[in-house]
Design a protein around this ligand. Structure first.
Ligand code: ADP
Ligand code: MG
Length: 248
């Protein structure tokens, strides 16, 4: 097993004159929960999209478990075991909660042909039920996703990402718009999944309590650059961070 799960080196991405990611390097260790914080527009989502092959970066290298994955597509990365959730909900409102999870796993499994020629839902039903149980939304499995509250749909969204058994998962603002009670549920859930399955998480979030309680280490981004990387205690007491971010 590699000593480093994810290594991002000298990543850069501009949109015309806007340098969304000026220069970012960091490493995430196996089993680590790594937080990413920073003001709106500091380049966090662009960083995720570059790592995940959703956009082409201008410069830089992404290594996943000793393999250079800089040029791979989103689908290839997903097959290697990298999952993600988006800042905006990706659930299908008119589909049942359970079917949302099943479809997410089928997308990961591949082509239309392999789906047509393999038995429907082979094993995915019970996997979906297990996850819904873990996420405390099993009683909602047969409801249409659109009938759930926004916070509950966020849970469905996160569960969908776990259907493909990712070993590395990138979560973009899992708590945005979620009520405080559910925020602590999501935190506890992610902690449990991390401990039970030993997965590696990178989490963007604005909710400081959530990030400080959940993460082993945190990276602070400001204007497309890394201001600091450290443990929650180190970040809390970092003067530059306090001035640039936590202070306002
Ligand atoms: P964050 O997730 O930290 O809020 P983003 O990565 O979404 O930041 O955005 C970083 C900067 O890049 C912002 O100035 C944003 O307006 C700009 N940006 C992001 N995506 C695009 C795009 N597709 N086209 C043009 N500018 C973009
Ligand atoms: Mg963002």
């Amino acid at each position: 097993m590699s000593l480093i799960t994810l290594k991002v080196s000298n990543l850069k991405k501009s949109y015309g004159a806007i340098q969304a990611v000026k220069e970012v390097s960091f490493q995430v260790k196996p089993g680590e929960i790594f937080g990413v914080i920073g003001p709106n527009g500091s380049g966090k989502t662009t960083l995720f999209n570059s790592i995940l092959g959703q956009i082409n970066s201008d410069f830089g290298e992404i290594i996943f478990n000793d393999q250079n994955v800089s040029k791979l597509s989103a689908l290839e990365l997903s097959r290697l075991g990298i999952g993600r959730t988006f800042q905006t909900l990706q659930v299908f409102e008119k589909m049942s909660v359970r079917d949302n999870l099943i479809v997410a796993a089928q997308e990961h499994q591949g082509t239309m042909w392999s789906r047509i020629f393999s038995p429907p839902n082979s094993g995915l039903d019970s996997k979906a039920n297990d996850l819904l149980e873990k996420f405390h939304i099993a009683h909602m499995a047969d409801l249409m996703a659109g009938q759930l509250s926004y916070g509950q749909q966020k849970l469905v969204d996160i569960a969908m990402a776990f259907m493909s058994d990712p070993t590395l998962i990138l979560l973009d603002e899992p708590c945005a718009g979620v009520n405080p009670h559910l925020v602590s549920d999501i935190g506890a859930l992610l902690k449990r999944l991390n401990e039970e399955k030993g997965g590696t998480f990178v989490v963007i979030e604005h909710n400081m309590d959530f990030i400080m309680n959940l993460c082993h280490r945190i990276m602070v981004m400001v204007e497309g650059e890394v201001l600091a990387i450290g443990t929650p205690d180190e970040i809390r007491s970092n003067k530059q961070v306090l001035q640039a971010y936590l202070g306002n």
